[in-house]
Design a protein around this ligand. Sequence first.
Ligand code: PEP
Ligand code: MG
Length: 573
Amino acid sequence: MKIFYGSGCADGYVISEVLKKKAQEAGSARLPGNSEEELRLFEEGMERLGERLDALYQKTLEESGEEAAELIETYQVILCDRQFFDGIRARIHQEKISCFAAIREENMACEKIFSEMEDAYMRERIEDIRAVCGELISVICGGPDAPADEKPEKPVVIVADALTPVDTVKMDKRYLGGFVTETGGETSHAVILARALGIPAVTGAAGIMEAARDGMKILLDGMEGKVILEPDPAAEMEAGHRMRKAREDALRFAKEPAGAVYTADNERIRLAVNASDDARLPDLGGCDGIGLFRTEFLYMQQGDYPSEDMLYQAYRRAVEEADGKEVVFRTLDIGGDKALGYMGLPEEENPFLGYRAVRICVDRPEMFKVQLRAMLRAALHGKVKIMFPMISNLEELLYCREILGGCRKELAKEGVACGEDIPVGIMVETPSAVMILDQLAPYADFFSVGTNDLTQYIMASDRGNPAVQKLYDPFYPAVLRALYHIGKTARKAGVALSVCGETAADISMIPFLLGCGVEKLSIAEPALPKVRYLVRRLHREECALLAKEIIRITSIRKIKERLQEYAENALKR
Ligand code: PEP
Ligand code: MG
């Protein structure tokens, strides 16, 4: 059994077989004919691709609807780009290379130009151009009826480096169980299509292409972003159970009205959503705002440091779209598993214990200030909070606040308007922060517990390492006791407490969290209906008694059984 983690982009579970998408390189390595012959092949290919895209557009429209069909339209537009295709013709003529080599070289040159563009949307169009070029090669190689590599005849999970809409629409959707890709973000085409088709998708599952083989059993959890190759019977049984239950529950939860959430004993609990990508902001209609805006993704989409203005525009858009609801911007949390080439960060033996988040920011105040200034400016347009990740000592927090204060003064001096009264808080995700929480409290307007990291640091188990996945479990008494302690300290200090790690959406964990005094849960958007449904059926006072009981239990198995039973009973109310 091998476990991979990526981003769960399209919700759902599936257990099926792997079908790997092969690279379309066949034929393209042959020696070139004379230029006329290569040009003839190219022009014929262009014509046939045009016809193929027309047919594909109709098919997609009928099978998957307008949104999916729009993607094919994008290809049709690219195919009409004279400048691009003239470039290929010129290469065939002047460089005396094969039409395949000319297509690839022009594609690479174009990718280079697009990758340097500031606009994230434009950079993502690289994928479209690459897809059109790939299709063109495929059409020229295989003739008009070239079969797709993937012809599923039974339900499969497609595993690929990346998927284009053409890849996906060519497949028979009746037999599509889900997608896993090594690359691609939440706006990648495969994900858009997966959502339209209502099947699970996981992107960014590093290493999956090397490990997966056609026909291998695969378990896909599109909610958690988890992929298991050759799952053992226990993992399969668990997934099968979860799949059935998820289907029944989804129907019930969907009927719960949105709006403010109160526990059954009338305590207001705020539900917010996590945003990890400014290109696809979550729908805030049914919640209290964005509880965690992971700003590093904007940096990751870039080939270089984003400018203050670019950040400001992105943050402002999020704040304006929130329309009066709160947006909690977390400052750059880069490093660890999120490396960035242009930052020139050192290779590390132990990246999660290394140079990460505020540790980098306090060392590079000039870079940090660019982001903080953008946040302060964006705060003018709505309700903003600023949150520092990975705080592990008081000096760090004080220094972050000092830099923030300095930015405010600079902006005032420059006559640039920015928001007032912006609450400043910290992520509680290192054991050291937990131990000194009372000392941090006077300098934090709120605490937000990052249980993803807190679990890995308390359990000394890398969150991305499948070999220690059993230990990486927030239900261990050590993690629960830390959460209990955090709740107690926050209450005593009068600091607002939220949780934005994945446990905040875990049905079994929520009663315990409320029992610890958590007032706000920030979760992935698809989890909102079920969390809302549960919280409205919980009694805060009872949860407090439950939490007290739980932290005395020594066995993780017993803890899980008790919490699961408790949550399931609450869901029956
Ligand atoms: C966490 O650690 O729980 C968290 C929310 O932050 P991230 O997953 O981005 O590290
Ligand atoms: Mg974290």
